[in-house]
Each structure stands twice: as structure tokens, then as C-alpha cells.
Write a protein that binds this ligand. Structure first.
Ligand code: LUZ
Ligand code: MOS
Length: 752
């Protein structure tokens, strides 16, 4: 099997929200955003907007019939600005018109007077001024204060780690259609249909059962639509509900980039202490998270940063300080890895610096400190196996890293204006939502009388292949060809209380639920087959659409059995529900067993830096990844390669530039550069661990969405080492991304 959407995608026939033929009389909405990052709204004049030909209505906060304040963690965010603005682009008014062009003209005609207030964009500054979304939290393990004295080497430093734009191909959009008796049908490009349904009901003052949210597929999400697709669906719903006409809202790229949050930038302080052999005895890190204007998901993102601050390493004494800082930027949000990458990055910087100081290869320290089976993470969960180590060992052996290291050294000795560098990155990523209650999945499987099957789950297809995975799972459990199975849109009327498609857990949760639903249906069908074939139900199985009695094929096929079951009045549809057992986490104590299991891997990256220009190439990326037993190999490989590309982009090319006044300068693809196929290494190898079934995942699989993102971090250190073989890097604060411009500045320090 391959990705079931690919024929549609490559021929342009796959439908997104606004590709579906519009209902008659559909209106178009556009958003008027704040022209400055912080201030008091003195007056808003929408009269010129209202007079613009085609404009039907302009809505502000006072038009919201229910509660205008909402939020996933705390309800601190108004749908439309409430007397104050907190970031550049913050929605102030919604213009609704007969056409998209008229709506945009209406936006241009909106006039606002704002008394400007100082904007804060730096989380350290916010923290010093007491501007936080939550108090600073401290998590500790061991006796950190006593440990420093036992260390042979102690060093500290600061990090300035940038954010990242999600850059989904499909910008945020929604279409809301009024229905009888005050109901709404909403088509939204959201990872969280239930959060969207709930928030629409909340801002309109409706019961949830009057709002139906339907999602066919997304043109990418990456976390950007976990919590922040809601706003646009709410706005389209507001207009549709009040005007009683279908309304569509599609953000253009600039609005999408300016109005929505991104990966959180962090400022970090670290201190690391090692014994004579290079064992890490103590590690302390402070995370000043640049959370933006509102809480959004900053709290759980920061929580995952804390949980992954020690990544794959066994460290006995740890102190993690973390605070979500309020700044005048769009609220930063979920993004593949969900704070994990930021936690892991700081420790890699600390290890790199320690290795430099000790004069040993970094990978020697990494290997020495790698966590082994039985290690207890600072939050109390025990590492249950040694597969992490297996990925490291297999990477070393399989890719012959010793030989590659020699080649890099030889190259650097022979070349003065081009330098190579390499780095390894081990990843240990916890699978489960850290908010334990979110770990639940549901599936609805229908078998129709012609033998075809439809499956609907809570999972959202955002390109990652969840629909294909669900079809593959149905196919394997029911014993029929995937061509007979379709995966339907995700819909709040078919599945209730859907957790966001996030945390890499979507195939796990919804796949296990699908298995349960299929087995429920099979139970009844096996009885019918047993009666027909005069045997016991436990002798029955179905393979390739043929009913088997023990190992023997019968002359009963799937279609006939389905019909016989129907005429015997046997249930041919079932709902499956799954919640992974034995997980818990107390966020206040920072203690528990938050993860169902871990996904592991090790990545090797090699780069070449042009030491005249600062430009560089990523020459190779080699990965050993623990996938459990994969579901569809090409889909899984796509996730690993895509995650790697996005991770490399984060630490190399992708630079968000904000003005001091908090205005996003890199607000289009002309000024924000992300990796393309050309930039990615020609020499890319992904090896999946063999014989590595995962009992926790459907069909023995493992969650794969987020973990590969962090492999990209290796590119950062590979580039640094290449630069360092040209000239030493002296910095007061380690900065990421290492753009070609940054590389050039590092190659010629003091030249600017
Ligand atoms: N979303 C969420 C996530 O709400 N909770 C999580 O723990 C999480 N982890 C990764 C990605 N998204
Ligand atoms: Mo995500 S960061 O799993 O929406």
C-alpha cells in the first residue's frame, strides 16, 4: 500500500475546504488586524469599510453573542480585540462581503486609532518585568547543589534559540453554513475538530450539539492548526450565524504568517558539570519561553520542554527552571516536537561545549552518557528497554562512522577554504499527550452490504497518512484488500470528544480503536461463517477476502459472508474506543509515568561549509530509527524524511525576523527561507530497526510523526564543527538558526 491520497494530490483533485463548490449566496470574510504590537484602542471607525461596495457587515467584539474569551488552557484570549491590542496583526474586526476582493477592500478601509504602548519581544525582558503567563516552575532530581563540587569540569552559557513558522501549504481557512433551528455546519482546516466545535459553541452561546465540524483533510498542520485553526472557524461561524448566510474565511499567506503563532523561541541558561571521565553529574537549565500574547498551548509545550530537557541522557542531578513569558508577539503554539526540540537543543549545546573544553569528540561524551535500560528520568518514568542504545550502536556500525570521521579529518587537513563537519543526534521522545485525559481515540467502522467498508476516526488527515494507516489497519484486521476500504472525513457528529491529531499519537490512539471496532464486527461475522461452514467460530479467519477454516480456504468469500451476516441480522458496524493503560502525570509535582512508550533513533549528519562565502551544503544524513513494526513503509519513511527536513530547516535556514516594535518582517516566502529538495542531502539513508515490534502500538507499530524532527539538530552541530575547523567560535550567547549569514559572521569574527 501507499498513501491513499497520492493519486488525488498529484493530479490536483484532492479537495480542501474552499475547493468544494460553494453553497449559493456564500459570503467571504477578511480580518482587520492591529497595525501595531501593543496599545490601547482609542477609536475604531468602520464606516468607510461598511460603505465599500459589496461589504455586508463588519463585526467587532461587541457583536459576539456568547463569551468572546477562550483558550485551551486558560480563557485569556478574545476572538476580536477588546479595547487593547497585544500583538501586531491581532484581529480587531471581521469584514464580511459578497466577494473576497470586496472583503479585502473593506479591511483596507478600516481605521483605528491606537495609543501605542512599549512592546516587549524578548522573554528575558518580559520575565524581568514580571510579564509571565504563569509563575516560574522548578523541577529537580538528585542533589544538584551538592553535585557541582564533585565535578571536575563545570561550565555555563546562554542560548538564543529562534522559533519557526509552520509553513503548511494550505493557510488557515474555514467555511460555516447555517442550518435549520440555529445549527451550524463548519468545514475547517483544523487538527482539533472538537476544540473547534466547543469554541464555536462557546463564543456563539450555543450548545455543542448544534455545531457540527467536518474535516476532510489539511494541507499540512505541523501543530499550527492544533489550537490556532479555531479562531478562523469561529470568525466564519460568527458571520454565518448572525447573517444566516454561508461564510468562508481564507487567510492569505501574509495574514497567516502575521496573525498566527509559531514554534516558541526560547532564551536559555545552562550549566553542566562532568567528572574526570566525562560523565555528566549535574545539569541545570533555565527556559525563558517566548510565549507571545496569550497562553494558548504554552503551558503544555513548556511541560514537554521540561520532560525532554535531558533527552536521551542519564543525568543523576538535574534542575530545570521554566517560565512562559508574555511578549507582544502572536501567541506561540504547538509545532512538531511540542517544546521537546527546545529542551533537547540546550543540552546538546552544553555537551558540545563540554567536549570542546575537555578536548574529546562530542560523540564520545554523548555515548558515555546515553541512558540505558532501568534509568529513571527526572520525572519518575523508567526507561524500559535498551533500544535507544541499539539505534546508536547500529548507526555507528551500519554507517561506519569511524571511517567517515577519518574522511572528514582528512578532508579538513587537505582543504583550507572548505571545511567539513559531522555530528550525531540521539533522540528519545515520549509518546502520549502529557495531559493524560487526551489519550483516547475512537473509530467507527461500517461494512456495507456490497462488502465495501468505510472507516471514520478522530484522526485528522494532514498529509501525514493517517487515512492510509486506518485503511491498512482495517485491511489487515478484516482480511480484505485495502481497495475495498475508504476513510471518511473526520466529523464531530460521527465521533464525539476528539482529541487533537497531535503528539504523534494519532495512529496509535485511533488505530487501536479501529482494531477494536473491526474485531467487534468480526465476532458476529465469524459466528455466521461457522454456522455456514459447520465449524466453531474460533476456527474461522479471513485472508485476502476468503474465509478460512483453520488453515484451509473455504468456498465462502467476503462479499457472500457480509450479505449472509446482513440477512442474519448481525451487526455490520461498530464503534471502537481505546485509551492506553498505565499512564499518569501530576503536572504540579512534575512526576509520574506520562508516556505510553518512547520512540528512539540516532541521526548522523555531515556538512561542508564554504569558508569564503559562509554558504554550506548538507552532504549526508543517516538515520537509524525505531519504528516498531511499520504500518506502510513509504508513509513512515515520508514522516522520517519530512521531520528531518523540517528540523534541519529550524536550525539552519529558517529565520523569523521581528522588528523591535514586534512586527514580523519575514512575512512571506520571499523573506522566509525553508529547505527545499535541493538543500536536502543527496546522500540520505534511513534504516529502521529490525525485529522491533512495539506491543503498545497498533499492529506492533510506533508513533513516528514528531521524533524525526529532532534529528535535524545534528545539522547545527555539524556546521559549527566545520566552522570551528576554520576558526574558533567565540560567542557570549549561542544563536540558532545558523544561517549562511550567521556562518559568515562566525567565520570572520570581528569583521562587522
Ligand atoms: N499536544 C498536546 C501535543 O496538547 N499535548 C502534548 O503533550 C503534545 N505533545 C506533542 C505534540 N502535541
Ligand atoms: Mo502537534 S506539535 O503534535 O500538533
Amino acid at each position: 500500500m501507499r498513501h491513499c491520497d497520492s493519486p488525488l494530490h498529484v493530479t490536483g483533485r484532492s479537495e480542501y475546504v474552499d475547493d468544494v463548490t460553494p453553497p449559493a449566496g456564500m459570503l467571504h470574510a477578511a480580518v482587520f488586524g492591529s497595525p501595531i504590537a501593543h496599545g490601547n484602542i482609542k477609536s475604531l471607525d468602520t464606516s468607510a469599510a461598511m460603505e465599500t461596495p459589496g461589504v455586508v457587515a463588519v463585526f467587532t467584539i461587541s457583536d459576539i453573542p456568547g463569551n468572546p474569551y477562550f483558550g485551551a488552557i486558560i480563557a485569556d484570549e478574545p476572538l476580536l480585540a477588546d479595547k487593547k491590542v497585544f500583538f501586531h496583526g491581532q484581529p480587531i474586526a471581521l469584514v464580511v462581503a459578497e466577494s473576497y476582493e470586496a472583503a479585502r477592500k473593506g479591511v483596507a478601509a478600516c481605521q483605528v486609532k491606537i495609543e501605542s504602548l512599549p512592546a516587549i519581544t524578548c522573554p528575558r525582558e518580559a520575565f524581568e518585568k514580571g510579564e509571565t503567563h504563569q509563575e516560574l516552575r522548578v523541577f529537580e532530581k538528585g542533589e544538584i547543589d551538592a553535585a557541582w563540587d564533585k565535578c571536575a569540569t563545570v561550565l555555563e552559557g546562554a542560548i538564543d534559540l529562534a522559533g519557526q513558522e509552520h509553513l503548511y501549504l494550505e493557510t488557515n481557512r474555514a467555511r460555516a453554513i447555517p442550518a435549520e433551528d440555529g445549527q451550524l455546519r463548519v468545514f475547517s482546516s483544523t487538527q482539533s475538530p472538537t476544540a473547534t466545535q466547543k469554541t464555536i459553541a462557546h463564543i456563539l452561546g450555543l450548545p455543542m450539539n448544534k455545531v457540527e465540524v467536518d474535516v476532510k483533510r489539511l494541507g499540512g498542520g505541523f501543530g499550527g492548526k492544533e489550537d490556532q485553526a479555531t479562531h478562523w472557524a469561529c470568525m466564519a461561524s460568527l458571520a454565518a450565524f448572525i447573517l444566516q448566510r454561508p461564510t468562508q474565511l481564507v487567510l492569505n499567506r501574509v495574514d497567516d504568517m502575521q496573525m498566527t503563532g509559531k514554534r516558541h523561541p526560547y532564551k536559555q541558561d545552562y550549566k553542566i558539570g562532568l567528572d574526570e571521565e566525562g560523565r555528566i553529574l549535574a545539569y541545570e537549565v533555565s527556559h525563558y519561553q517566548n510565549s507571545g500574547a496569550f497562553m494558548d498551548l504554552s503551558n503544555p509545550v513548556l511541560e514537554r520542554t521540561c520532560l525532554h530537557s535531558t533527552n536521551a541522557y542519564a543525568i543523576p542531578n538535574v534542575r530545570i527552571r521554566a517560565v512562559p513569558c508574555k511578549t507582544n508577539l502572536p501567541s506561540n503554539t504547538a509545532y512538531r516536537g511540542f517544546g521537546g526540540p527546545q529542551g533537547m537543543f540546550a543540552l546538546e549545546v552544553a555537551i558540545e561545549k563540554a567536549a570542546n573544553k575537555l578536548g574529546v569528540p562530542t560523540e564520545q561524551l554523548q555515548e558515555l552518557n546515553l541512558a540505558r535500560k532501568g534509568y529513571v528520568f527526572p520525572y519518575g518514568q523508567e526507561l524500559g528497554d535498551d533500544r535507544l542504545h541499539r539505534t546508536w550502536e547500529e548507526a555507528k556500525e551500519h554507517f561506519d562512522l569511524e571511517a567517515r570521521r577519518c574522511q572528514v579529518e582528512k578532508f579538513n587537513a587537505a582543504n583550507s577554504l572548505q571545511k567539513k563537519g559531522y555530528a550525531l543526534m540521539p533522540v528519545c521522545f515520549g509518546i502520549s499527550f502529557t495531559k493524560t485525559f487526551l489519550n483516547q481515540g475512537s473509530s467507527l467502522v461500517h461494512i456495507y452490504t456490497d462488502g465495501t467498508v468505510s472507516v471514520t476516526t478522530g484522526g485528522i488527515e494532514m498529509g501525514q497518512g493517517i487515512s492510509s494507516n486506518m485503511i491498512a489497519i482495517c485491511s489487515r484486521i478484516l482480511g480484505i484488500s485495502p481497495t475495498r476500504i475508504r476513510c471518511n472525513s473526520t466529523n464531530t457528529s460521527r465521533i464525539a470528544n476528539i482529541s487533537p491529531s497531535a503528539a504523534s499519537a494519532t495512529s496509535d490512539l485511533n488505530g487501536n480503536a479501529t482494531i477494536i471496532a473491526c474485531q467487534e464486527i468480526l465476532k458476529g461475522m465469524y459466528k455466521v461463517a461457522a454456522k455456514e461452514l459447520k465449524c466453531e467460530p474460533d476456527q474461522i479467519s479471513i485472508k485476502d477476502g476468503i474465509v478460512f477454516v483453520d488453515a484451509e480456504a473455504s468456498n465462502l468469500d467476503w462479499n457472500t459472508l457480509v450479505l449472509k451476516s446482513y440477512f442474519s441480522r448481525v451487526q455490520l458496524m461498530a464503534h471502537g474506543f481505546y485509551a492506553p493503560p498505565n499512564i499518569n502525570f501530576d503536572p504540579i509535582a512534575g512526576w509520574g509515568r506520562p508516556f505510553h512508550y518512547y520512540t528512539y533513533g540516532t541521526c548522523y549528519i555531515e556538512t561542508t561549509v564554504d569558508c569564503i562565502r559562509g554558504s554550506y551544503t548538507i552532504d549526508s544524513a543517516k538515520i537509524v530509527h525505531d519504528l516498531g513494526r511499520g504500518i506502510i513503509p513509504t508513509v513512515d519513511l515520508g514522516q522520517v524524511e519530512g521531520g528531518l527536513a523540517q528540523g534541519i530547516g529550524w536550525v539552519t535556514l529558517e529565520e523569523l525576523a521581528f522588528s523591535d516594535e514586534g512586527r514580523l518582517l519575514s512575512n512571506a516566502l520571499s523573506t522566509y527561507k525553508c529547505p527545499d529538495g535541493e538543500f536536502l542531502p543527496d546522500d540520505m539513508e534511513v534504516k529502521f530497526l529490525e525485529n522491533a515490534d512495539n506491543p503498545g502500538g497498533p499492529l506492533g507499530s510506533k508513533a513516528v510523526g514528531e521524533p524525526p524532527f529532532m534529528y535535524g539538530i545534528a545539522a547545527y552541530f555539524a556546521l559549527r564543527r566545520a566552522i570551528e575547523s576554520f576558526t574558533p567560535i567565540n560567542e557570549t550567547e549561542t544563536y540558532s538558526p545558523l544561517t549562511p549569514e550567521q556562518a559568515l559572521l562566525s567565520l570572520y569574527p570581528g569583521s562587522v
